[in-house]
Write a protein that binds this ligand. Structure first.
Ligand code: F6R
Length: 610
């Protein structure tokens, strides 16, 4: 996600901000900017591209003088990476200037309201709605705290805002909801940062802001307020992490950090199309007429994105009753298959740059098929060339093995399935409401699973010397098994195969040896008994049975070597929960084998060659 910084003190703010933002580069970004308040004027510099460009632009900070400022590295979500959309953003008269991390979900409603009051909008960002709403109240109240309080009562979504008010010299203001913000205390200076690594070179004395808190920085003074505007006492903490650990938010690896970011990625992806209690697909280029006319869906992707598509195939077919073919992009691009013009090709890609996926998408377009891309990186080639885009809101993924982007892709697919089913009258209103309720509970359930991760850490040591593993499932559980198996093999180098459980006795069963990991996924009630029988066949040949099952599943309680239960949800969404323990298992086996979890051998994060 974006990086945020604020500073007030006696040193040149632009130097501090450029240094601090450099410490946040590891998070990934596509543009950078800063604003400095000096002698009643706010000066701003920002651009698309690297921090180095910004640094050169302001000649290492010397062209923007002043000792109070804010800075930002942006990972685009609303609006492509560009100079205009880069942060900071400002109110029409530059009275208020803001940097923002997160999503203002109701930005359209806010823009409409402010337009009626004469506000004009120059960027494609949701952030501009926020800064202008704060300005709107600031003009009435003439008081930053009161303006922020009024605005955040109206703003829906998750955010961390850091702001300057032109008429309040030496002050930086911040507010947070669901995203981290840390205040740092130095001698005669103070800091705000989205990530402690940005300020560790200056101070180790920090305050962690609680959710829905507002903070005011003055030189060496930090004050906190609740949502009623009352001052709140807060205890100073000392950071003991080193810089390396700080970048990873205290986790040993980026992969584990990203596993923990999944609840947020899921929530934000859903939130991006869910406004005022409704899912709206118009903004991703799908209206009811388009949806009704679809006669066939092709889902095209590679690797984990293909596995997300494999889940989607079951979910869309079952809910929306549209035939779905899931295609490996590397195969699809060389196939000559007759394609129905009323088809929709759904292209899934985290990076938006995968060579095979891009070529396959172009192939679909040549055949006159409408393309919808589910992509994480805004402005990537696939996003630009697709007819329409559904952006996942996972934020930058650093570990090579995907976790949070995969989880966000699943949510995008569920949303399509639900909406297709509703528009085509394949499900009734009460079931649709149940799906709406269950999809919104997934984030808390993901966190609940993560709270029990130690069980998997302990068991992982059993497989340090293993050479082979099987992952079994049927239907959606088979799609989850494919992803679990890939996680295991790509980071722990333990050879692992996902098998549609019914296929076991057609060959693979001959490979089972004593102690071999056989992981089974059981989230689909009508298939519990079937998969249990397949697992028992493996057990009787010496397999070590590790089951991931939905709470309440009674099968294999006696026979399994370990059952890891995940919370109940609508079965169409079960992949989002069942995959978490399998990601953790792959991770812990790789750690137990002392491997480079974040950068597994021979793999690249973005596969831009065929
Ligand atoms: C596995 C993994 C890969 C990618 C695949 C497609 O953890 O990350 O299998 O899913 O290379 O990449 P994108 O989604 O960028 O098209």
């Amino acid at each position: 996600m974006c990086g945020i910084l604020g500073y007030t003190g006696n040193r040149q703010a632009s130097d501090i901000l450029l240094n601090g933002l450099a410490k946040l580069e590891y998070r990934g970004y596509d543009s950078a900017g800063l604003a400095v308040l000096d002698k009643g004027e706010i000066k701003i510099a920002k651009n698309k591209g690297r921090l180095k460009v910004l640094e050169e632009k302001i000649k290492s900070g010397h062209e923007i003088s002043g000792t109070c400022g804010i800075g930002h590295t942006r990972w685009a979500t609303h609006g492509e990476p560009s100079d205009v959309n880069a942060h900071p953003l400002w109110s029409d008269d530059k009275d208020v200037v803001i940097v923002h991390n997160g999503i203002v979900e109701n930005y359209r409603e806010i823009k409409n309201k402010l337009s009626e009051h004469g506000y004009k909008f120059y960027s494609q960002t949701d952030t501009e709605a926020a800064v202008k709403l704060i300005d709107f109240y600031y003009k009435q109240e003439k008081n930053p705290l009161k303006a922020i309080l009024k605005a955040i009562k109206e703003i829906e979504g998750s955010y961390c805002f850091v702001m300057l008010f032109k008429d309040f010299p030496d002050e930086v203001w911040g507010a947070r909801k669901d995203l981290p913000l840390i205040a740092g205390q130095g001698k005669d200076e103070s800091f705000l940062a989205s990530d402690v690594s940005a300020i560790l070179q200056d101070t180790r004395q920090v305050y962690y802001l609680d959710n829905m808190e507002i903070v005011q920085l003055k030189k060496g003074v930090v004050r906190f307020f609740d949502t009623e505007g009352y001052a709140k006492p807060k205890e100073l903490s000392e950071v003991t992490w080193d810089m390396n650990a700080a970048e990873k938010g205290g986790f040993e690896h980026f992969m584990m950090k990203e596993i923990h970011e999944q609840a947020r990625a899921v929530k934000d992806t859903f939130g991006s199309v869910y406004h005022s209690g409704k899912i709206n697909l118009n903004e991703i280029g799908l209206n009811d007429e388009n949806i009704k006319s679809i006669s066939q869906i092709y889902i095209i992707a590679c690797g984990s994105a293909y596995h997300a598509g494999a889940v989607a195939q079951y979910v869309i077919e079952d809910l929306a009753k549209i035939p779905v073919r899931i295609e490996l992009a590397s195969e699809f691009r060389y196939r000559n298959m007759p394609m129905n013009k009323n088809s929709l090709a759904i292209i899934i890609s985290q990076s938006g740059e995968t060579a095979d996926t891009l070529a396959a998408m172009r192939r679909a377009k040549e055949n006159g098929i409408k393309t919808l891309a589910i992509v994480n990186v805004v402005g990537s080639t696939i996003a630009r060339e697709a007819d329409s885009v559904f952006y996942t809101m996972a934020g930058p993924e650093i570990a090579v093995a995907t976790t949070k982007a995969y989880s966000a892709q699943l949510i995008a697919c569920y949303v399509l399935a639900m909406q297709f089913a509703k528009v085509r009258n394949e499900i009734d209103d009460s079931y649709y409401e149940k799906l709406m309720s269950d999809i919104q509970k997934l984030p808390e359930k993901i966190d609940e699973i993560l709270d029990a991760k130690e069980t998997l850490e302990e068991i992982a040591y059993k497989f340090v010397n293993s050479r082979n593993a099987f992952y079994l499932g049927r239907n959606i559980d088979y799609a989850v098994a494919m992803e679990g198996s890939l996680k295991m093999k790509e980071i722990s180098y333990l050879h692992s195969e996902a098998i549609a459980a019914g296929e076991m006795k057609h060959g693979p069963i001959s490979l089972i040896e004593k102690g071999m990991l056989v992981a089974g996924v059981m989230t689909q009630k009508n298939l519990y008994q079937k998969i249990a029988s397949n697992m028992l066949e493996a057990k009787s040949r010496g397999g070590f049975l590790l089951i991931v099952a939905t709470r309440g599943c009674e099968n294999l309680k006696e026979e399994a070597d370990l059952i890891f239960y995940v919370p109940e949800t609508d079965e169409h969404f079960a992949a989002s929960l069942a995959v978490i323990p399998l990601q953790l298992l792959g991770y812990y086996v790789a750690v137990a084998r002392k491997l480079d979890v974040d950068k597994p051998r021979n793999l690249a994060k973005s596969v831009t060659v065929e």
